[in-house]
Design a protein around this ligand. Structure first.
Ligand code: SAM
Length: 301
């Protein structure tokens, strides 16, 4: 039978039911939502049209779609994250391409975007266009979200992985044009002072706990997760480099785990020169998720 002819044995509704039970049987926690997403992905239809298509008639999957669906279900049951199978993840209203070269952007990381935008809004206009650097940009999620809402900012994303950087550049070209610069580099080594905002969601998982992460998380790049013995190796280097590059009044905004916050505040107090304040911010769940450190403003002439 040709690959594009329909399979008359099951309607879309039957297909959806069988995906749901297969995912549930294999212990996929969000089996219902994930089944919808997988079927929608294979059909290539918008969320708004999906339910009427499935429940409103007796449409069928073509054989090609059926094969793609079976392959996708096998990958998901095998532990691959849903976002790698669909190749997409929504972040701060942006529909990002993702693949196994990049961390899948997390909802809690949207807090970094909010904090950066709040800081830029409160900043004195007289200072000129601000420079914002996203360190470890991955898919470009945070850099692109900031650029989409702060037209006057010069936004730079730095990334050590060439394959991740390629994803970030494709996301930029497809979503925003060329308004964000992406640079291959090791933390801030390639970035010159002064920088107004340095933000980062660095790798911060303690090396010893990587093996106990959920199977889906272990499919994400180790370079995006492994933060050394206490998870703060990147943070320590970043704090030192940020101290040398932040403009007067500039801020360092970093996502880490709640249990790392006290140690991170101490590192900033010890390493960032001319620090005016260090505070922590919580995510929507009330967990302390971001550290914000501000440099002193220059003394008046
Ligand atoms: C936790 S992921 C964050 C990705 C993205 N910013 C996000 O929030 O979705 C950390 C990122 O830092 C990158 N990275 C790791 N070490 C780095 C280094 N020394 N310099 C620059 N980037 C680095 C990883 O490749 C990965 O993309």
């Amino acid at each position: 039978m040709s690959g594009s002819q329909p399979d008359h044995h099951r309607t879309l509704r039957h297909s959806l039911e069988s995906i749901r039970s297969e995912l549930r049987e294999h212990g996929i926690y969000e089996w219902q939502i994930e089944a919808d997403v997988l079927l929608r992905h294979v059909l290539g239809v918008a969320r708004s049209d999906f339910l009427s298509l499935v429940y409103g008639g007796d449409s069928h999957l073509t054989h090609t779609q059926l094969h793609r669906l079976d392959a996708s279900i096998k990958r998901r049951i095998g532990g691959e994250p849903l976002a790698y199978i669909t190749g997409q993840r929504e972040f701060y209203g942006l529909d990002l391409e993702v693949n196994e070269s990049v961390l899948i952007p997390r909802q809690e990381t949207e807090l970094l975007v909010e904090l950066v935008l709040d800081h830029l809004t409160s900043r004195d206009e007289g200072h000129g266009p601000p420079t914002v650097v996203d360190v470890g940009t991955g898919s470009g999620a945070v850099a692109l979200a900031v650029a989409a809402h702060a037209d006057n900012a010069r936004v730079i994303g730095v990334e050590i992985s060439p394959s991740a950087l390629a994803v970030a550049m494709r996301n930029r070209d497809r979503l925003l044009g060329s308004c964000v610069e992406f640079v291959l580099g090791d933390l801030l080594t390639a970035i010159a002072a002064p920088v107004d905002v340095i933000l980062s969601n660095p790798p911060y998982i303690p090396s010893g706990t990587l093996a106990s992460l959920a199977v889906e998380v272990r499919r994400e790049p180790t370079v995006a997760l492994d933060g050394g013995v206490d998870g703060l190796d990147h943070f320590r280097r970043l704090a030192t480099q940020a101290g040398e590059r932040l403009a007067p009044g500039g801020v360092l905004i970093v996502e880490i785990m709640p249990e790392q916050m006290d140690a991170a505040v101490e590192i900033v107090r010890r390493t960032v020169i001319s620090i005016a304040s260090v505070s922590t911010r919580s995510d929507l769940m009330g967990n302390s998720r971001a550290l914000v450190a501000q440099k002193e403003l220059s003394p008046l002439p």
